[in-house]
Structure formats: C-alpha cells, structure tokens
Write a protein that binds this ligand. Sequence first.
Ligand SMILES: NC(=O)c1ccc[n+]([C@@H]2O[C@H](COP(=O)([O-])OP(=O)(O)OC[C@H]3O[C@@H](n4cnc5c(N)ncnc54)[C@H](O)[C@@H]3O)[C@@H](O)[C@H]2O)c1
Length: 260
Amino acid sequence: MGIDILKEKFSLKGQTALITGSGRGIGKGLSTAMAKAGADIVVLDIIEENVHKTVEFLESTAGTKAYPYVADLSKTDMIPHYVQDILSDCGKIDILVNSAGIQVRKPALDFTLEEWNSVITIHLTASFAMAHAIVPGMIARGGGKIINIASLNCVMAVPNIIAYVAAKSGIGGLTRSMSVEWSQYNIRANAIGPGFTRTKLTEKLFQDPVKTKWVMDRIPMKRLADPENDLGYVAVFLASDASSYITGQIIYVDGGWLAS
Ligand SMILES: NC(=O)c1ccc[n+]([C@@H]2O[C@H](COP(=O)([O-])OP(=O)(O)OC[C@H]3O[C@@H](n4cnc5c(N)ncnc54)[C@H](O)[C@@H]3O)[C@@H](O)[C@H]2O)c1
C-alpha cells in the first residue's frame, strides 16, 4: 500500500513531456527516466538522425509513446510554429524541459558578438520562447511543469565560457520569474543544475588530462554525473506530484561540488 502511494506520487503516466536537446546527452537521459516514469515524450533536437535514434530507444526501453520533432531552436521566431506543429501531433504538453545547449570556449576578449548571441539564444531566449508558446495551453488545461537545465555556472564562473556563464546565470532568474508569474495557474517552474557530465558538450574539456584532473579533484563523490540515473530521476521528481510545493528552485546535482 505504502509503495503504491509512492508510485502514484512519482508517476508521470498520462503526461506528455517535451524535452529539447533530447537527441543525445543529458536531454536523452532525462527523456529516458521520464519515459520510464510513464510519460509520453516529444523528442526535439536539431540533429534528425539523433531524434529518430532517441525515439526508437525510448519506445523499445520504456514502451511509452515518443514523438519525433526536428527543429533549430536558434530560429527563435519559428518557435511558436514549431509548438503549433508539435501540438497538432501530440495534442498537449504537460511538461516542458529546456535542455538544448551549445558551448563556445575562448577567452572573453576573443568572443565575437555572433558567438555571444548564439550561446545566449539557445540557452536563454529559446527557453523563454518555448515556455511563452507552451504555457497558454498549460493554463487552459489547468497547469503544467517547466524544468530548465541550469549549471554550476549559474553561481560559479570559470574562464573562457563567458556567454555560457551569463546564459546559465540568466536561467536562474528565468526560472524564478516563471515561478512567481505562473504559480497562479498551477504551473511550477524549477531548474536542475547538473555537475560535470561526459557528453559532446564537455568532450573537448575531458580530452585534456590537466582539466580532467582539475574537475575530478573538485567533486567530493569522485565521479561524473550519469544523465539518466543521477539527473533523470531528479527531473521525474520535479515533474511529478512528489514535488507539488516546490517552485522557483534550482536543484544542484553535482556530487557535492558546490558544498566543498
Ligand atoms: N555536460 C555537462 O557537464 C553539463 C553540465 C551542466 C549543464 N549542462 C547543460 O545540459 C544541457 C545538455 O547538454 P549536454 O551536456 O547533454 O550536451 P549535448 O551537446 O550532448 O546535448 C545538447 C543537445 O542540444 C541540441 N541542440 C544544440 N543546438 C540546438 C538547436 N539550435 N536546436 C535544437 N537542438 C539543439 C544538440 O543537438 C544536442 O542534442 C545543456 O543545457 C548544457 O548546458 C551540461
């Protein structure tokens, strides 16, 4: 009986989650956990091949429905059309996860304005535009959940990624603003701040043994984050009724980094 109540509280059955950047990496891990918790998933990514691979993977491992959608979120004026298209396919979006991201690594003074804009656009502007297009439908259906993917760089700067640090710091404010404006509509907005995770985004960093040692030395748990098992079930928690009184928060999932 006790376990049944837990299952019910953490279940995403009957919910549809749109996860940006879910063709690979952290977005794919979040999708996997949410699908295993019962959600149907809209897999949105710019890389078509990866969209189809994730859809096949989700349908074969979790058995829930997965909808493929190929889109370039840097074209922010297209986002309302993408969302309309997606809704005509899947009918509703109960959970929005903004995970798509890019990185540009170079000293601040070498950044071009174009590079700066590209990073700010994907992480910050597209996250706002996705919510802006999806939230009216959530309001009409009586509520929803938004999970933004933040970073340790929300609160900590390291050299050579100035646009990323600025964008991820902005994700903190975006999440808090969403929560205070949309609580009245039964919409909760939270963020996950993942610690270092081995993905395409961090591939270059982990090719450098000095930087790898610098990272590993700072993680009390002495390991990197796993997209599904360490991050994905935190997303399930934030999307489920188990977190019904949590909104406007950033949950850092970092193996102890920020505490140390
Ligand atoms: N890897 C880490 O250590 C780490 C740590 C903290 C936060 N994050 C954040 O996690 C999120 C996922 O990153 P990741 O590490 O899985 O990287 P990743 O490169 O593996 O995944 C990013 C995904 O976003 C997609 N994407 C990029 N530009 C897009 C666009 N214009 N339109 C649509 N999709 C686009 C990519 O195709 C890719 O599938 C990002 O927001 C990143 O900032 C990553």
